[in-house]
Design a protein around this ligand. Structure first.
Ligand code: FCB
Length: 456
C-alpha cells in the first residue's frame, strides 16, 4: 500500500481505549460505582467472572502507557472519562480527585505532542443514576449534560476533540434488549426509550458545550454496520431494510436529520408509541456537530426469516467467522463511509474504532504474531483510504485498541490490543500489529510537524 502524500495535513492517526476497559482502580480517589461494576460482578454476566476491578491498571500506569503511545508513533489518542470518577453518584458534588486524573492525562498527552480526543460516555453510567431508572429515565439526559459541562469546564482549554456518546446502539440495545451488557435489562420498550434518552443526552451535551463556548470540535460516535440483502427477492430486500433501520437508521436519522425514520413507528408498533418524544427533542438531538465518528466492525447480508415473527430477518452466517462470530470485510468500512457521506452529512468523518479480536499469546521467542490483525489493519486502512480518495472527507483513523483490555461480556479472553497485556504482571508487549502500525505511522509521517507534511 502506497502512503506517499495521500493523507491531508493534520490527519489524526490514533489509537482508542475506554475508561472501564483499562483503568481499574474502581474504588480509588472517590470513584463511585458504575453499572459495569455492578453488572460485571453479577454471576454469569461476564465470561469466567472477569471484572474491570483491576483491568490494565492504567489509572496507576498512565504515564508509562502514554510513553508507549509515543513509541507507537500516534499523533492522537481517544480515551473516555469515567462519569462516576467525576461525579460519584452521577450528579451533585464534583470529585476533584477524579477530574484531576483526567487533567494529568490530558497534560501528559499534550507534553508528548499527542492530541487528546475525549469520549464523555463509553457505557459506564453511574450506578446511582441506574438506581433511579438509568437511561429509561428522561432526567438522565439532563444529568449527562451537567456532567459534560463539568468535564468541559475543566479540560476544555486543552481538548480539541470531544465525543458525547460511544455507540448508543450498544448502550440501548445490547444493554436493554439483549441484556448482554450493563444494566442487563431485556425489554424492548425500555430499550427504545433508553435509545431516545441517550440521543437526547447527546443533543443536550452538545448544547451545553456550545453554551460554554467550546473551542474544540464536537461529535458523536455511532457503530454502523454495512447491511445488504442476501438476494434480490422482495422479502430479503425488506428484511435488509428492517435490519438497517434497527442497526443504523434509528441512530443516523435522528442525529443527522432530526427525525426518526418513516418506518420506525410501524417497526415498533405494539412495542412503543414513541410517547417519550417531547416537542423539541429531535431538534436538540440534531444539534449541529463539527465532525462525525464511525466505529466499524460488522457487515451483514440479511434474508427474510419467517421463524422470527417480530423482526423477520436472519443474518447470513459468515463463511469465515472470527472468534467474535463476525467476518473480516474491509469493504464494509468503505461502504459505510460512503453511505454517511453520500446520504447523511458533509461533516468530516473519523473512524473512531475498528479492530479484530484474537486469542493472542506470547510465543517462546516472546513475540506475539498477530498476523491476522496486521492484515485487518492494513486492509481497513486501505478501504478507508479508498473512500477518502473517492472524495469522502475522512480526517482520522483510530484502531481499537491501543492495548488488550476488559472486552465487556467477553472479559479478558478476547484481545483487541496492539499491545499485549500480561494481566498477571501488567507487562505490556508490542504485538506484530504494533510494529506494523508503528512503521505505517512513520511512513505517513504521523508525528511530523504539520509544516513538514504540507511540503509537496
Ligand atoms: C466496540 C466498543 C469498544 C470495544 C470494541 C471491541 O463496540 O465501543 O469498547 O469493546 O467494540
Amino acid at each position: 500500500m502506497n502512503s506517499e502524500n495521500t493523507y491531508p495535513p493534520g490527519f489524526l492517526w490514533g489509537a482508542a481505549t475506554a475508561a472501564y476497559q483499562i483503568e481499574g482502580a474502581v474504588a480509588e480517589d472517590g470513584r463511585g460505582p458504575s453499572i459495569w461494576d455492578t453488572f460485571s460482578h453479577r454471576p454469569g454476566a461476564v465470561l469466567r467472572g472477569d471484572t474491570g476491578d483491576i483491568a490494565c491498571d492504567h489509572y496507576h500506569r498512565w504515564e508509562s502507557d502514554l510513553d508507549l503511545l509515543v513509541e507507537l508513533g500516534v499523533n492522537s489518542y481517544r480515551f473516555s472519562v469515567a462519569w462516576s470518577r467525576v461525579l460519584p453518584t452521577g450528579a451533585g458534588a464534583v470529585n476533584q480527585a477524579g477530574l484531576d486524573f483526567y487533567g494529568r492525562l490530558v497534560d501528559g498527552l499534550l507534553e508528548r505532542d499527542i492530541t487528546p480526543m475525549v469520549t464523555l460516555y463509553h457505557w459506564d453510567l453511574p450506578q446511582a443514576l441506574q438506581d433511579v431508572g438509568g437511561w429509561a429515565n428522561r432526567d438522565t439526559a439532563d444529568r449527562f449534560a451537567d456532567y459534560a459541562g463539568i468535564v468541559h469546564r475543566s479540560l476544555g482549554d486543552r481538548v480539541p476533540y470531544w465525543l458525547t456518546l460511544n455507540e448508543p446502539y450498544c448502550s440501548a440495545f445490547v444493554g436493554h434488549l439483549e441484556g448482554r451488557h450493563a444494566p442487563g435489562i431485556r425489554d424492548e420498550a425500555t430499550a427504545v426509550t433508553a435509545l431516545h434518552h441517550l440521543l437526547l443526552a447527546h443533543g443536550k451535551g452538545v448544547q451545553t458545550l456550545r453554551a460554554d463556548g467550546v473551542s474544540g470540535q464536537v461529535g458523536i460516535t455511532l457503530n454502523l454496520t454495512s447491511v445488504r440483502a442476501g438476494s434480490d427477492a422482495q422479502e430479503d430486500v425488506e428484511a435488509a431494510r428492517r435490519l438497517d433501520l434497527f442497526e443504523n437508521r434509528m441512530f443516523l436519522d435522528p442525529v443527522l436529520r432530526g427525525q426518526y425514520p418513516d418506518d420506525a413507528r410501524a417497526f415498533y408498533d405494539g412495542v412503543t408509541g414513541f410517547e417519550f418524544v417531547h416537542d423539541g427533542d429531535l431538534e436538540t438531538i440534531n444539534a449541529p456537530l463539527d465532525y462525525f465518528g464511525v466505529n466499524y466492525y460488522e457487515r451483514h447480508a440479511a434474508v427474510a426469516d419467517p421463524r422470527d415473527p417480530v423482526r423477520g430477518w436472519a443474518k447470513v452466517p459468515p463463511a469465515e467467522p472470527t472468534i467474535s462470530g463476525i467476518s473480516v470485510e474491509p469493504v464494509g468500512l468503505k461502504e459505510i463511509l460512503h453511505r454517511v457521506a453520500d446520504e447523511y452529512t458533509t461533516l468530516p468523518l473519523i473512524v473512531t474504532e475498528t479492530g479484530q479480536a484474537l486469542f493472542d499469546y506470547v510465543d517462546p521467542e516472546r513475540e506475539i504474531n498477530d498476523a491476522e490483525r496486521v492484515h485487518f489493519y492494513r486492509s481497513h486502512i486501505e478501504a478507508a483510504t479508498e473512500a477518502m480518495n473517492d472524495g469522502v472527507d475522512l480526517v482520522g483513523f483510530f484502531p481499537w485498541s491501543f492495548m488488550d483490555n476488559f472486552e465487556w461480556a467477553w472479559g479478558y479472553g478476547h484481545r483487541f490490543g496492539m499491545y499485549f497485556v500480561d494481566y498477571a504482571t501488567q507487562e505490556r508487549i508490542p504485538k506484530q500489529s504494533a510494529h506494523w502500525y508503528a512503521s505505517w505511522l512513520r511512513q505517513v509521517g504521523a508525528r511530523e510537524p504539520l509544516s513538514a507534511l504540507q511540503v509537496p
